[in-house]
Write a new protein. Structure first.
Length: 512
């Protein structure tokens, strides 16, 4: 047997198509009537074309489920055995008949799934197959039923282990729990053909043990959910079920990041622009550091606008809408000072803070320093939503380190992460498949559409300085048209409309 416990080795082994999950011994038995048949028919324990076909069946089942709905369903389920709550919620969402009975049978099967079968587990498999594929002669239906059962079985123990580990860890971020105490601590693979990994020759039939728990501790990006081509297709669903069971409190602003469609966050530069956007029904407003700086006659990104930023937060805090503040890098490299700023922003009424790791000289702050700022904020103001931004793509530096930086930030306690400048669909998809917290992308007119980003699993889309720049351009164009005697489109808010927006809630100004 070969054993791998270094991150790079384990990652290479997971990605090597020559290594496939080891199928426990068994004669298979009659179709639809045993655990050994089930294992021989699911995607997990096969390779090649059967694996692609069966994995597609599982992916199609999961595509019908919205993770946010699973979170709500499992949270609302009656208290009791965690495994039963997990499987019942998943079975019910998949439209299976009598989900309670399905859950009981799946729990029995799960006990024998990775080892030798027994009569009770075989009988449970037969009962499940009879519910999901009543025609024993329909091979396609039997295969589909097996993979639906396999999905439930794998969710049963793995999700339960994650929930229990998170419960034991207190307030430790779920991303850190996944890295330090993964629900699946080791995986076994068998070589379907000769291959070579990390300089070690592996011959056909060799068994390979992958120590995920040890590998995770040596790298920021955990391998808990595997790696392509066998990355877990139910990652988002498992995390949603775990969230629903752990029931860590979410603020109203945080809940906006856990909906079917991403939160479209327009960015304002003063009170009137924020109030006008809120009046149009946007559930939350962000600020734009460029707009705030330019309006004050100051440069952006150099830490010059702390007072202007605080003044705007205090003014926005008098309104009735949710808002989050773009605070550059926190205006300090001292985590305690950044945490104090965050505390003052929260006291002013802010629901969130956007914190970037890009620096004025075009370099990136050390990831450990940025993580220390995030941890300090969450310790000082747990209710403040921290959106941790990395400028790897924005600055064109260390783009290959993006996933690792984001992993460090979410494990430090970030509630969301932001990668402005990233527009490649495949790279966005790879990030959403690896992250625990919501991913924020900056909207650009020539980039992915909102529909594209929704499909990719992006949970927040920021507009950034676009609105401010558009407003400036419109003002200049109007003045230029007037000077040139060209027709001018005077459509816009009236004087009284703006006066109303500028007034505190419930107040009014007298026009003069």
């Amino acid at each position: 047997m070969h054993e791998f416990d270094r991150w790079a080795e384990v990652r290479a082994a997971l990605a090597d198509p020559a290594l496939v999950p080891e199928l426990p011994a068994g004669d298979g038995g009659p179709a639809g009537a045993s655990v050994t048949w089930l294992r021989a028919t699911v995607a997990r324990f096969c390779s090649g074309e059967p694996h692609r076909r069966r994995r597609a069946l599982v992916e199609a089942e999961l595509a019908r489920l919205e993770p946010a709905s699973l979170r709500q369903a499992v949270a609302a389920a009656p208290a009791g055995d965690v495994r039963k709550r997990v499987v019942r919620a998943l079975a019910e969402a998949l439209g299976m008949p009598e989900p309670g009975a399905v859950a009981e049978a799946v729990i029995v099967v799960a006990g024998a799934y990775f080892g030798g079968g027994d009569d009770a587990a075989d009988e449970a498999v037969a009962r499940l197959v009879a519910r999901l594929a009543p025609d024993p002669e329909d091979e396609a239906a039997l295969e589909a039923a097996a993979n639906r059962i396999g999905l439930l079985v794998q969710a049963c123990d793995a999700t339960t282990a994650l929930v229990e580990a998170a419960a034991d860890s207190g307030d430790v971020p779920l991303a850190r729990v996944l890295r330090e105490d993964p629900p699946v601590r080791a995986m076994r693979r068998v070589a379907s053909r000769a291959t070579r990994i990390a300089g070690r020759q592996i011959t056909e039939g060799d068994v390979v043990l992958l120590d995920l728990a040890t590998a995770n501790r040596s790298h920021a990006v955990p391998l808990t959910f595997g790696a392509p081509p066998r990355v877990c297709p139910g990652r988002a669903h498992a995390l949603a079920l775990a969230d629903g069971l752990i029931q860590r409190p979410l603020t109203a602003f945080a809940r906006l990041h856990h909906q079917a469609a991403p939160l479209l966050l327009p960015n304002a530069w003063d009170h009137a622009s924020a109030a006008a956007l809120a009046a149009q029904g946007f559930p939350a407003i962000g600020t734009t550091s460029l707009g705030v700086a330019a309006a004050a006659g100051l440069p952006d990104g150099v830490g010059a606008t702390v007072e202007a930023t605080m003044a705007l937060a205090r003014r926005l805090g008098q309104g009735s809408f949710l808002f989050t503040v773009d605070a550059e890098g926190g205006f300090s490299d001292n985590p305690a000072e950044v945490a104090d700023l965050a505390r003052r922003l929260h006291e002013a009424g802010a629901s969130g803070i956007n914190l970037e790791d890009g620096r004025a000289d075009g370099t990136l702050a050390p990831a450990e320093l940025h993580a220390a700022k995030i941890s300090a904020i969450k310790a000082a103001v747990p209710a403040l939503f921290v959106n941790a931004r990395t400028d790897t793509y924005w600055l064109g530096r260390q783009e290959e380190a993006t996933a690792e930086r984001l992993a460090v930030y979410e494990q430090a306690g970030a509630d969301g992460v932001f990668v402005p400048g990233l527009s490649d669909l495949d790279k966005i998809a790879a990030l959403t498949a690896a992250l625990v917290v919501p991913l924020n992308i900056l909207y650009t007119p020539d980039g992915p559409t909102l529909d594209d980003l929704t499909v990719l699993g992006v949970r927040r889309v920021s507009v950034g300085s676009l609105l401010y720049r558009r407003a400036l351009a419109a003002a200049v164009a109007t003045a230029a048209d007037l000077r040139a005697g060209r027709p001018v489109d005077c459509t816009g808010l009236s004087y009284s409309d703006v006066q109303e927006l500028a007034a505190p809630d419930g107040a009014s100004w007298t026009s003069v």
